[in-house]
Design a protein around this ligand. Structure first.
Ligand code: SF4
Length: 369
C-alpha cells in the first residue's frame, strides 16, 4: 500500500486534509471546494493484495472492491486519512460504515464519517430534487462543523471547472486509444492512478500523457479488430496487454471506473444543489445507479454503433450482482445485432493469474476477425 500512503503523506505535508471516498461517484467538487483532497478508494488492486483484516469482517463472497476498501480503511495507511465519505450504492456497501466504525473503535481509532443519500429514483417518476437538496445542505453543514470552515460558491465553481477539465481530458485520451495513438493498457493505468492523486496533479499527468501520445506517429487503427470493454473495473493490466497483442483495439469502454465516471460533463454552476441534481440525474448510465438502468442498453448500443465495434469483452467482478443481473439480457441483445461477447470473470486473487485467459482472448479475437 506504500504508494497510497506516500500520496496521502505528500498531500498532508502541505497542511491539506485528505478524505477517502467511496464508491465511484462522490461529490468530489464539493469536498475539494473546502480545501480537502478527496481520493476515491476504489480501484486499489495494486495497493491492497492481502485481505487479513477485511476477512475478519466481510464474508468471502464479497466483491474485491469492498474487500480491498475494508482492508485499506482498517490498515495503518487508512488511519492517515482525515475523514471518510460514502454515498449509497449496492447492498454490499450498505453496512460498510458501521463495520468500519466499529472495527476502528475496537482499535481506539476514530475518523469523521460523512454520508450522502443519493435518491435512486428516475426523475420522470418521482421528483427527488428537494430530497437531494436537503442531503447536500446536511453534508455542507457537517463538513463546516468538522473542519471549522465555510462553504464558498466561488471556490465550488473553480472546483467544478477543474473536475470538468479532467473529464474532458479523459475523453480526449479515450479518443486517442480508439485511434490507436495510445495503448488501452496505459490509458487504464493513468486513470486508475488518478483516483489516488490530488486533482491538480492528475490534470498535469493527463496533459503530459496526451502531449506524448499526440507526438507519437499514429498506428493504423483500422487494422485492429474493434471492440469495447465493459465492467465495474477495466481488465487487469496484463489482460489489456493481451487484448492489444492479439490485434484488438479498444474503441470505447463502458467501464465504471472509466467512461461511466468521466463521460457526462455537468453544467458549470456555483450552486451545489442544482449542480448535483444535474450530476446524478444525467450521469452516464451505470448498473450501480439504479435509476439509470433503463438508459444503459440504449447507451451501449449507441456506443457500439458509433465506434463500429465488432465485439464486447465484459469483465465480470465476481460477486457483483448488479453487473451480473444485467449481463444475460445485454448478451442476448448484442447477439441479435451480431456483436460477439466474451465474459471474463475476475475475482480478488485472479489478478496475478491471467495467462489462463490468453487463449480465450485470442479465440475471441479470431472469432470477430
Ligand atoms: S456495485 Fe458491485 S463491485 Fe461495487 S461494491 Fe457493490 S458488489 Fe462490489
Amino acid at each position: 500500500m506504500s504508494d497510497i500512503a506516500e500520496n496521502i503523506s505528500k498531500i498532508k505535508k502541505k497542511g491539506i486534509k485528505v478524505i477517502g471516498c467511496f464508491p465511484l461517484y462522490p461529490p468530489l467538487e464539493l469536498l475539494h471546494s473546502f480545501g480537502l483532497v478527496p481520493l476515491v478508494l476504489w480501484d486499489m488492486k495494486n495497493q491492497v493484495r492481502a485481505f487479513k483484516e477485511s476477512d475478519r469482517h466481510l464474508q468471502g463472497f464479497t466483491c474485491s472492491a469492498a474487500r480491498r476498501l475494508a482492508e485499506f480503511l482498517l490498515s495503518e495507511e487508512g488511519a492517515l486519512l482525515d475523514g471518510i465519505f460514502m454515498y449509497n450504492a449496492c447492498d454490499t456497501l450498505r453496512n460498510m460504515p458501521e463495520i468500519i466504525q466499529r472495527s476502528l473503535g475496537e482499535r481506539e481509532k476514530r475518523l469523521p464519517f460523512f454520508r450522502l443519500h443519493v435518491p435512486m429514483v428516475p426523475s420522470e417518476q418521482t421528483d427527488s430534487k428537494g430530497y437531494l437538496a436537503d442531503r447536500i445542505h446536511e453534508l455542507i453543514t457537517a463538513i463546516e462543523k468538522t473542519f471549522a470552515t465555510r462553504f464558498s460558491s466561488e471556490r465550488f465553481l473553480a472546483c467544478v471547472k477543474l473536475y470538468n477539465a479532467i473529464r474532458k481530458l479523459c475523453l480526449e485520451m479515450e479518443a486517442l486509444v480508439a485511434e490507436g495513438k495510445m495503448s488501452y493498457a496505459l490509458f487504464s493505468r493513468l486513470i486508475r492512478n488518478g483516483y489516488l492523486m490530488a486533482p491538480e496533479d492528475l490534470l498535469s499527468s493527463l496533459k503530459d500523457a496526451i502531449s506524448q501520445a499526440e507526438a507519437c506517429s499514429s498506428k493504423n487503427s483500422s487494422a485492429g479488430r474493434r471492440i469495447i470493454v465493459s465492467g465495474i473495473f477495466p481488465p487487469p493490466d496484463a489482460v489489456c496487454t493481451i487484448i492489444e497483442e492479439v490485434g484488438m483495439i479498444v474503441t470505447g469502454n463502458d467501464v465504471a471506473t472509466q467512461a461511466r465516471s468521466y463521460s457526462y460533463i455537468p453544467q458549470e454552476i456555483d450552486d451545489p444543489v442544482n449542480y448535483y441534481a444535474d450530476f446524478y440525474q444525467n450521469h452516464h448510465p451505470c448498473t450501480t445507479l439504479l435509476y439509470s438502468s433503463d438508459k444503459r442498453l440504449q447507451m451501449l448500443m449507441e456506443l457500439i454503433e458509433k465506434r463500429k465495434a465488432r465485439g464486447m469483452i465484459f469483465i465480470g467482478e465476481k460477486f457483483c450482482e448488479y453487473e451480473y443481473l444485467e449481463m444475460p439480457f445485454v448478451e442476448k441483445l448484442l447477439e441479435q445485432k451480431n456483436i460477439a461477447t466474451l465474459q471474463l470473470e475476475i475475482a480478488a486473487d485472479d489478478e496475478d493469474n491471467v495467462e489462463s485467459l490468453r487463449t480465450r482472448v485470442e479465440t475471441f479475437s479470431e472469432l470477430i476477425r
